[in-house]
Ligand binder design. Structure first.
Ligand code: ADP
Ligand code: NI
Length: 215
């Protein structure tokens, strides 16, 4: 298989996995991450094929799609074996995919430019208007309150705490969304993130004003 055929096969396969998912990890999310990835790749020296492959695969094994247990190893191995990848290359992809997700910012950091690009591409989709929509969709699926005005802010200190957090969706802005601008790896993504960050701050301002009857 040539690179184009591989990406096509992976795309069709990934679409099936994400098909019935509605709480933030649907196939449209994956497509946007691929588009963000291509956009960043155009402006940086990198292996664009490898970055796109990682983008398609970045959420296939996510624990939220598989009853709470991470299936990255199994899922990525299955599709890449079907595409004729040798075992040692599959292991490299599995290990790179595992480094992409946010998980509270506690997982191992990669030095590979393609991983850093897809990480930025994924994080861009968690902020701005789409990010806000995804956060409330996720919160709704977990029965989380929109906002808990009496609660004081408590910093999340581990991946476990991040995963098990039952706090409000507004709290999630402080736990993750507002941190992402300063965690971007590439200058291209940082520039986009600055605009999306400003929009989230404006959203919060209006939210609190309306909540407190000030507008
Ligand atoms: P990643 O796959 O990068 O680890 P997550 O799986 O944590 O990211 O998040 C997937 C989507 O769901 C993102 O848009 C994220 O902001 C949102 N999300 C995750 N946890 C929460 C939460 N506790 N409340 C609201 N939205 C959340
Ligand atoms: Ni993602």
């Amino acid at each position: 298989m040539n690179q184009k055929e591989i990406l096509n096969k992976v795309k069709i396969w990934v679409k099936e996995i994400h098909e019935n998912e509605n709480n933030g990890h649907d196939f449209f999310h994956v497509q946007r991450v691929v588009n963000n990835t291509k956009n960043i790749c155009e402006q940086l020296p990198c292996n664009a094929f490898y970055a796109e492959l990682l983008a398609w695969l970045h959420d296939v094994g996510d624990y939220k799609l598989h009853n709470g247990s991470d299936q990255t190893q199994e899922m990525v191995s299955r599709v890449l074996a079907d595409c004729g990848f040798p075992q040692d290359e599959i292991e490299v992809v599995v290990s790179d995919v595992k480094k992409i997700s946010f998980k509270g910012g506690f997982n191992e950091k990669s030095k590979k430019v393609e991983v850093l690009i897809v990480q930025d591409a994924d994080r861009l989709d968690a902020i701005g208007a789409i990010g806000i929509a995804r956060a409330f969709a996720y919160g709704g699926s977990k029965n989380s309150p929109l906002y808990e005005p009496q609660k004081t802010y408590e910093e999340i200190k581990s991946e476990e705490e991040y995963k098990n957090s039952e706090s409000s969706t507004i709290q999630h802005f402080y736990d993750k969304l507002l941190q992402l601008k300063n965690r971007m790896n590439t200058a291209v993504a940082k520039e986009i993130a600055i605009k999306r960050h400003a929009f989230m701050l404006r959203f919060l301002e209006v939210f609190y004003d309306e909540w407190n009857g000030r507008s």
